[in-house]
Design a protein around this ligand. Structure first.
Ligand code: GDP
Length: 466
């Protein structure tokens, strides 16, 4: 499979067409230099160009009637194998950012034997040639799609191999443990000191702790990567639309003094504590009269189901309504596995009609959407809810990929089984089996994956040209 793929020379546009003054076309594979050189007219041939240097010249092609025409004036960089992004000969052509020029260049190379790259194929080749491990390859995609500075930092850390190194360290510890077991298996009939069970138990304990710490970062990592949904919930007129506006810092939602004006859901994307958060305003939970209102309520319920964080908005300037109490009863206790609920007492610029103590909730945030007061406290509470229990021990390593989470969970289970077997005094062979399984699971994170379907699914998430 590997050879078959690498035999082709692939070509793709690496920048979106029409997006700027310049565009980049990348050609990778054994014939990359030859192909580009066949159309390149510069002071030197590309064969003579040292690796990682650029040359100025023209791309020339036949006009179909026997004459040669210039397609574009270009800069060409040659990156020779194995020191290129893909690990193959890679030629990057910087041309003018015209969709027409780009199409002609792609067509030219396809006519001469290259084929258009699949999404993610350049990175996939980098993986196949050992330039990146799988966790790093996946980070490339996350990096391109990162929507906040914190998400970018987390993917950059993964691309630089921080997760891979943590995995490798864990594998080393497992290898130590297995070596102790091997010793016991090999010499079990002889008169040598038997297995140092205490030392082994200690190692397994540490590996489990480390795995759990990593697993706990998953919630935060998933929200960093995929973003989170924050749903503003509350009866009509408590100030949900005003709060949405305040959070979005613009007039995205229409604020009105008439109760029930937000019939539909409105939303906007903001950066809250480094998380890309979609804030959703909902139709108030009021008494549904008309069909339009009933539809609004149905949508609100659907939004609540999809929420990662619920901000239950209350009006501090009016006594609590029956509807407020119903919502508090229904949502404040929070459901296991359900969204975190943050009560927000709005309109604190007005005289208070009730005390926050009535809520019996520690985390209530007091604010004024209208006067833009208390918003930072709300943002902090939201960020905290999104962080969950995961603190990655000060390092930037954050699990963000469900595939990694699943593999680490399996590893953790296998090591926990080994620890239990050890405690029960079971034989070394038995314990070794579980540790081997743990090692395999860890290996899957960084790339001992040969399953074509899994690889295809991973690289299909990429854009073309990367
Ligand atoms: P929604 O129905 O929950 O979306 O509520 P709106 O955002 O439409 O607000 C209802 C009314 O409350 C409007 O007249 C707002 O100007 C007013 N309002 C919202 N937030 C505040 C606040 O913090 N202080 C004061 N004094 N009025 C507010």
């Amino acid at each position: 499979m590997v050879d078959l793929l690498a035999e082709d020379t692939i070509v793709a546009l690496a920048t979106p067409p029409g997006m700027g003054a310049i565009a980049m076309v990348r050609v990778s594979g054994p014939r990359a230099v030859e192909l580009v050189d066949s159309a390149f007219a510069g002071r030197k041939t590309l064969w003579a160009l040292p690796s990682h240097m650029m040359a100025h010249g023209r791309l020339r092609a036949s006009d179909g009637a026997g004459a040669e025409v210039t397609i574009d004036e270009v800069m060409v960089a040659v990156h020779r194998a194995p020191h290129s992004y893909t690990g193959e000969d890679l030629v990057e052509i910087t041309c003018h950012g015209s969709p027409l020029i780009v199409r002609q260049i792609l067509q030219l190379f396809c006519a001469r034997g290259a084929r258009l790259a699949e999404p993610g194929e350049f990175t996939r080749r980098a993986f196949l040639h050992g330039r990146l491990d799988l966790a790093q390859a996946e980070a490339v995609c996350d990096l391109i799609q990162a929507r906040t500075e914190r998400a970018r930092r987390a993917s950059m850390a993964q691309l630089e191999g921080q997760l891979s190194r943590r995995i490798a360290q864990l594998q080393e510890r497992l290898a130590d443990a297995r070596a102790l077991l091997e010793l016991d298996i090999d010499f079990s009939d002889e008169d040598v000191p038997s297995l140092d069970r205490q030392r082994l138990a200690q190692t397994l304990e540490e590996v489990i702790d480390e795995l759990r710490a990593l697993l706990q970062t998953f919630q935060q990592g998933r929200f960093l990567r995929e973003g989170a949904r924050l749903v503003l919930l509350g009866r009509t007129n408590v100030g949900k639309s005003s709060l949405l506006n305040a959070l979005l810092e613009c007039d995205r939602a229409i604020v009105s003094e008439l109760p029930g004006t937000t019939r539909d859901t409105l939303e906007g994307l903001v950066d809250i504590g480094g998380f890309p958060v979609t804030v959703v305003d909902t139709a108030g939970f009021g008494v549904a009269g008309s069909e339009v209102e009933r539809e609004g309520l149905r949508r609100t319920e659907r939004e609540v189901e999809r929420a990662d964080v619920l901000v239950l908005v209350l009006d501090g300037s009016e006594p609590l309504h029956a509807e407020d109490r119903r919502l508090l009863e229904a949502y404040l206790p929070g459901l296991a596995g359900g969204p975190r609920v943050i009560p927000a007492i709005n309109k604190i610029d007005l005289p208070r009609a009730w005390s926050p103590a009535e809520l019996a909730a520690e985390r209530a945030v007091e604010l004024s959407a209208k006067c833009r007061v208390g918003l930072d406290r709300l943002r902090e509470a939201v960020a905290e809810a999104l962080m969950g229990d995961g603190r990655a021990g000060g390092s930037e390593v954050v699990l963000s990929n469900v595939r990694h989470w699943e593999a680490l969970r399996q590893a953790e289970e296998a090591v926990a089984r080994a620890r239990a077997s050890l405690a029960q005094g079971l034989s070394a062979e038995f314990i070794a089996l579980d540790l081997r399984e743990a090692d395999d699971a860890l290996g899957r994170v960084i790339g001992r994956v040969t399953d074509e379907e899994i690889l295809a699914a991973i690289f299909a998430r990429f854009c073309i040209g990367k």
